[in-house]
Design a protein around this ligand. Structure first.
Ligand code: FPP
Length: 232
């Protein structure tokens, strides 16, 4: 089977923290530990690409202190994990707008992307200041400027709009934790035929075992892409 593209909407950090009598940022910190654990186990589960929804363009509406702690957490994560990613063959790509990120974070992103470029075991796409709708609009504008038409050209434009070489990757499985059942402007084009799985667990509780169960569930789904089932 071809390596899977799994997308994760990491919801429930705040509620997990609250339930444990901790500040919300403690939930995000614990969430970052889960990311590390999953990056380690993903290749063994047949995953070739992991796309993580770390910060949506709508998340800027959160309190300044929470936004600042999340940005500090992303920066520390990249700095801390870079060496390990190189060693484990993980290519890191940070997807989304960069013009509203701090210069320090952008520097860390660029360093990590450059240092891990050769990684071929897993592609880890961390979506920060990301909006699928904005990205689609950017791609449509690019198409109009170049006079391009058609699906293939659109997919290429979508990649260029996000400065990515392989952004056209269709998602095989999208998992959202935290009990909510919506896409929240994440990978809308790429999820056209994704299997969707919504789980009640909060993100900090979603470890290796949970990801493995999600992949098992995915394996039992019948994907027909609009066709009829195969004859026995
Ligand atoms: C949504 O849960 C979560 C986020 C907006 C942040 C996700 C960030 C992490 C998991 C941190 C680490 C990530 C990386 C890539 C290092 P919420 O806070 O909205 O939870 P709630 O719905 O319970 O309030």
């Amino acid at each position: 089977m071809a390596p899977l593209h799994v997308a994760l909407i990491m919801d429930g950090n705040g509620r997990w923290a609250q339930a444990h009598g901790l500040p919300r940022v403690a939930g995000h910190r614990r969430g970052a530990d889960v990311v590390r654990e999953l990056v380690e186990s993903a290749p063994g589960l047949g995953i070739g690409t992991l796309s993580l929804y770390a910060f949506s363009s709508d998340n800027w509406q959160r309190p300044d202190r929470e936004v600042a702690s999340l940005m500090a957490l992303f920066r520390a994560f990249l700095r801390r994990e870079r060496r390990r990613c190189i060693k484990e063959g993980v290519r890191v790509a940070v997807v989304g707008r960069r013009d509203r990120l701090s210069a320090g974070l952008v520097r860390e992103i660029e360093r990590t992307e450059a240092a891990t470029l050769e990684g071929s075991v897993l592609c880890l796409r961390i979506c920060v200041d990301y909006s699928a709708r904005d990205r689609i609009v950017d791609a449509a504008n690019l198409m109009a400027r170049n006079g391009d038409r058609g699906r293939d050209a659109f997919v290429r434009a979508l990649g260029r709009a996000g400065q990515e070489s392989d952004a056209s990757l269709d998602v095989d499985l999208l998992v959202r934790t935290g009990g909510e059942q919506r896409l929240s402007d994440f990978l809308l084009w790429e999820c056209a035929y994704a299997e969707l799985l919504f789980v009640e667990q909060m993100w900090p509780e979603f470890g290796r075992e949970s990801l493995s169960r999600a992949i098992d569930t995915f394996g039992r789904r019948e994907r027909r892409f609009g066709a009829v089932p195969a004859m026995p």
